[in-house]
Write a protein that binds this ligand. Structure first.
Ligand code: NAD
Ligand code: TDX
Length: 340
């Protein structure tokens, strides 16, 4: 397998590369990432010297760079590259459309030209919009995105679908619920609350704190994508989720309890515009068809995750100070002939 992972320096992409290198020591893995603020090569320090791993700094919107990489004989593509933060999409939608829609189309064109055997589009449950108090998202739930982020992800998904229907490209789309685990950028709920609680800063909870997310440990997402690469039926969508619905305030309280910090840190602030009330995934299709099962229980997974951020304080402090960007420049700047 010669695997192209786009967005491999981000949270899920870097966990996926580490997972695949453990599972398939003989696979060639190319990580292509534009190294936006969310890309952190420090996540991949443990594998950067391996012969079967390489890194290319490039944007998925750059046709020439993408063509050059595909011309090396890639056979599988997993597209993680995206702008991924809902709040940022509300402030700056254009970069979301550019990467998540147009960038996906650039990759699809190259995948077509070079005849790849599998294109996996890593998407999100947010494309389905918001649930009421009952029901779950299935693969046939109509798309109803509510934020510029989720609309741009839905746009990417529709192009992937169209390239399958029109050109017969062998694709799958995966739609996963909220991930948690090591290396998540500290702008997202769990690492943000942990890092702020540890420094006794107020914890900003949007609205009434009763919005519900369905949490999945990142490694369980990785194992699901691995199965989709190898066994996913061409053209199919697979929802991925572990049936772990929690309100945001439950998550924040769990973090406070484990860190021994007071509830007085919680500060309710104005709600996120267009804030989806509830997400919940029905994973019956991937469970039945591909035999996928999550290995991590939420109660232990969240404890381990909090412990990871506690023992990797230097990792998130280097992000907060911007020092992680210097590492990329030192590690790859000269090799790439540019200053990152
Ligand atoms: P992330 O923001 O941590 O990482 C995104 C990565 O993509 C970064 O390394 C960034 O540098 C890179 N990138 C951004 N624009 C690029 C471009 N134009 N070209 C190349 N690389 C670019 O995101 P994440 O949380 O790891 O999410 C990865 C994927 O999974 C995204 O597609 C996201 O929509 C999807 N997803 C995330 C979650 C979640 O809970 N985090 C859940 C479901 C789906
Ligand atoms: O400071 C905060 N306060 C707060 O109350 C932040 C950052 C979030 N929240 C709330 C908003 C959401 O209801 O917590 C919930 C989770 O927020 P995020 O971590 O921003 O995630 P979400 O908006 O649910 O989207 C995530 O899951 C689906 C990822 O960021 C997406 O990339 C993925 O597609």
């Amino acid at each position: 397998m010669k695997l192209l992972v786009t967005g491999g320096a981000g949270f899920i992409g870097s966990n996926f590369i580490l997972y695949m290198m453990r599972q398939y020591p003989k696979a060639q893995i190319i990580n292509m990432d534009a190294l936006t603020y969310a890309g952190n090569l420090e996540n991949l320090r443990s594998v950067e010297q391996e012969n079967n791993y390489s890194f290319v700094k490039a944007s998925i919107t750059d046709k020439q760079a993408v063509d050059e990489i595909f011309s090396q004989g890639i056979n599988v593509v997993v597209n993680f590259a995206a702008e991924s933060h809902v709040d940022r999409s509300i402030l700056e939608p254009d970069v979301f459309v550019n990467t998540n829609v147009l960038g996906t189309q650039v990759l699809l064109d190259a995948a077509r030209k070079y005849g790849i055997t599998k294109f996996v589009q890593v998407s999100t449950d947010e494309v389905y919009g918001s649930l009421g108090t009952t029901g779950l998202f299935s693969e046939t739930t109509p798309l109803a995105p509510n934020s510029p982020y989720s609309a741009s992800k839905a746009g990417g998904d529709l192009l992937v679908r169209a390239y399958h229907e029109t050109y017969g490209l062998p694709v799958n789309i995966t739609r996963c619920s909220n991930n948690y685990g090591p290396y998540q950028f500290p702008e997202k709920l769990i690492p943000l609350m942990i890092s702020r609680a540890l420094t006794d800063e107020p914890l900003p909870v949007y609205g009434d704190g009763l919005n519900i997310r369905d949490w999945l440990y990142v490694e369980d997402h990785c194992s699901a994508i691995d199965l989709v690469i190898h066994q996913g039926r061409s053209g199919e969508v697979y929802n991925i989720g572990g049936n772990n619905e929690r309100t945001n305030i439950q998550i924040v309280n769990t973090i406070l309890q484990q860190l021994g910090k007071p509830e007085s840190l919680i500060t309710y602030i104005e709600d996120r515009p267009g804030h989806d009330r509830r997400y919940g995934i029905d994973p019956a299709k991937i469970t039945k068809e591909l035999g996928w099962k999550p290995q991590h229980h939420f109660e232990t997974g969240i404890q381990e995750t909090i412990a990871w951020y506690l023992s990797h304080k230097d990792w998130w402090e280097r992000i907060q100070s911007g020092a992680y960007l210097e590492y990329s420049a030192r590690q790859y700047g000269s090799r790439l002939g540019e200053s990152l």
